[in-house]
Design a protein around this ligand. Structure first.
Ligand code: VAL
Length: 190
């Protein structure tokens, strides 16, 4: 089975802090849609350059400058530039909140964190972070005090959401459908 490769938007909750308008979003790439219900943060490289750029529909998206053309195409219009380190602790609204609301110890703020593991060889330079499912994700969560949500039980089944009881990877298509319905699916590959 090939993993689906998707780009999703996480709208900023306080875009004005970056001098951006309502609707501006982090553009995040992942090959593990089934981990998105357990998103607790996004990772940004402190030394990369990032841009806020308009896509063809006029939506303002934040991503690494080096991936701008590849991802948004030649017609992308750059509005602003940021050093990665300026994008620390920028709050956003995640696609799914249920698991975090139960396990997040009352915290309901999702935000970015800085880590040099972020790569710009593919994706967007903004990495979806789900600490139970990746070593780097776990480090970021520890450094920032993000909750660690173990969203899958020891039989590999989801513990939350409409896909509760479903084997982890088997939820991919349902989750993708849900992301589309919420209008946060920006692009799907393969
Ligand atoms: N960070 C990884 C990803 O973006 C996983 C481990 C959540 O797919």
């Amino acid at each position: 089975i090939q993993d689906p490769s998707i780009y999703v938007t996480f709208d900023l909750t306080e875009p004005e802090k970056l001098g951006l308008e309502e609707g501006a979003a982090f553009l995040v790439w992942t090959t593990t849609p089934w981990t998105l219900p357990y998103n607790v943060g996004v990772a940004i490289h402190p030394n990369f350059e990032y841009v806020a750029a308009k896509d063809k529909d006029g939506k303002v998206l934040i991503l690494a400058r080096s991936l701008l053309i590849e991802v948004l195409g030649e017609e992308a219009e750059v509005i602003k530039s940021f050093k990665g380190s300026e994008l620390d602790r920028v709050s956003y609204s995640p696609p799914f909140t249920e698991a975090y609301e139960v396990e997040g110890e009352g915290k309901t703020v999702w935000m970015s964190g800085l880590d040099t593991y972020v790569s710009d060889s593919d994706g967007t330079g903004i990495v979806h972070t789900a600490p139970a499912f990746g070593e780097d994700d776990m480090r970021l969560a520890r450094n920032y005090g993000f909750p660690v949500i173990v969203g899958v039980d020891n039989e590999g089944k989801h513990r939350y959401g409409p896909w509760k009881g479903v084997f982890f990877r088997d939820a991919n298509q349902d989750i993708i459908r849900d992301l589309r319905a919420r209008g946060v699916m920006w692009k799907e590959k393969n």
